[in-house]
Design a binder for this molecule. Structure first.
Ligand SMILES: Cc1cc2nc3c(=O)[nH]c(=O)nc-3n(C[C@H](O)[C@H](O)[C@H](O)COP(=O)(O)OP(=O)(O)OC[C@H]3O[C@@H](n4cnc5c(N)ncnc54)[C@H](O)[C@@H]3O)c2cc1C
Length: 272
């Protein structure tokens, strides 16, 4: 059993976005998903109980009784129905990569987590021949655009770490290393939408720091809860949406909070 499995009580499974999307799409009909459609505007007519959606480059207006905004951390649905003035908080800098890294061999199907001075890094194989690694720390300043300098910066952050961990980064082609600011959205304990018939899901509802690596799991739990609520034919649709939000708001806001606390804990207690 790996340390992380011991810590959380279940295995930490690595899967790439590409592979996960393939699995999810495999469960849908061909015309359930329209790729490339970019939502630009939505307007709700509360009297009629209809929301109109307008997509870039399309003259047709889609009219819906219920809309779930699952459009990620910079959700325009959230801006419209919850908090037009809200600002995302970019707290920390993450370095991550997806690459063929032959050495050191990483655990298949399970992630490995390592703590050292000020950060925690996790790494593992997410697809045959593709390893993912990522670590996050409180930093500010400019994003480094030059791949070689970026790789150097990542390695400098890992000074004093076990050689195995440094080798994961050292053996990654520099152009595969990504440096990006990450953060979370303000916690919403009481509502996800001020407009009836519109709700949110996943990062649009509750983006969190990647400290616990729980963003995808939480989004999938939202999807499962929504399915359960709207599958009940006895519950009117608007009530089902409320039930869904009530079931998911507090657990997901709690995880957002724990992810923030975990970030401080890892830096100052575990690694301090
Ligand atoms: C560096 C980093 C590392 C992470 N590591 C992990 C990890 O190890 N484990 C984990 O569980 N989570 C991790 N996360 C978090 C995880 O990526 C997110 O929680 C997860 O992707 C949320 O899924 P989502 O579907 O809600 O949003 P997204 O994955 O952001 O998907 C939103 C979708 O909406 C589309 N979209 C956006 N705007 C529009 C629009 N106007 N019209 C139409 N479509 C639109 C986007 O193109 C995208 O396809 C990490 C995040 C970061 C930044």
């Amino acid at each position: 059993m790996t340390p992380i499995t011991k810590l959380v009580g279940y295995p930490f499974i690595g899967i790439s976005r590409h592979a996960l999307q393939k699995v999810l799409l495999g469960h849908l009909e061909d015309d359930d998903v329209e790729l490339g459609a970019r939502l630009e505007r939505l307007d709700t007519d509360e009297g009629e109980g209809i929301t109109e959606l307008r997509f870039r480059g399309q003259s047709e207006v889609v009219r819906a009784r219920a809309v779930i905004g699952a459009d990620g951390r910079r959700s325009i649905v959230r801006k419209k129905v919850l908090a037009a003035e809200e600002r995302n908080c970019d707290w920390a800098l993450t370095w991550w990569a997806l690459a063929d890294i032959p050495e050191p061999a990483t655990p298949k199907g399970e992630f490995r987590m390592s703590y050292s001075t000020k950060q925690a890094i996790y790494y593992g194989e997410v697809e045959e021949g593709v390893t993912m690694w990522s670590f996050t720390c409180w930093r500010d300043g400019e994003i480094e655009r030059d791949p070689e300098l970026r790789a150097g910066r990542a390695l400098k952050e890992l000074e004093g770490w076990p050689e195995e961990v440094r080798n994961v980064v050292r053996n990654t082609p520099p152009n595969k290393i990504i440096e990006v600011y990450v953060g979370d959205s303000p916690l919403q304990w009481t509502t996800w939408s001020k407009q009836p018939g519109v709700s949110l899901m996943g990062d649009a509802a509750h983006s969190m720091l990647p400290t616990l690596a729980m963003g995808v799991t939480t989004a999938l739990q939202d999807a499962a809860a929504l399915t359960k609520c709207i599958d009940n034919a006895d519950t009117p649709l608007m009530e089902a949406l409320k039930e869904y939000e009530n079931a998911r708001r507090v657990p997901s806001a709690t995880l957002q909070l724990i992810s923030r606390v975990a970030m401080v804990f890892i830096e100052n207690v575990l690694c301090g």
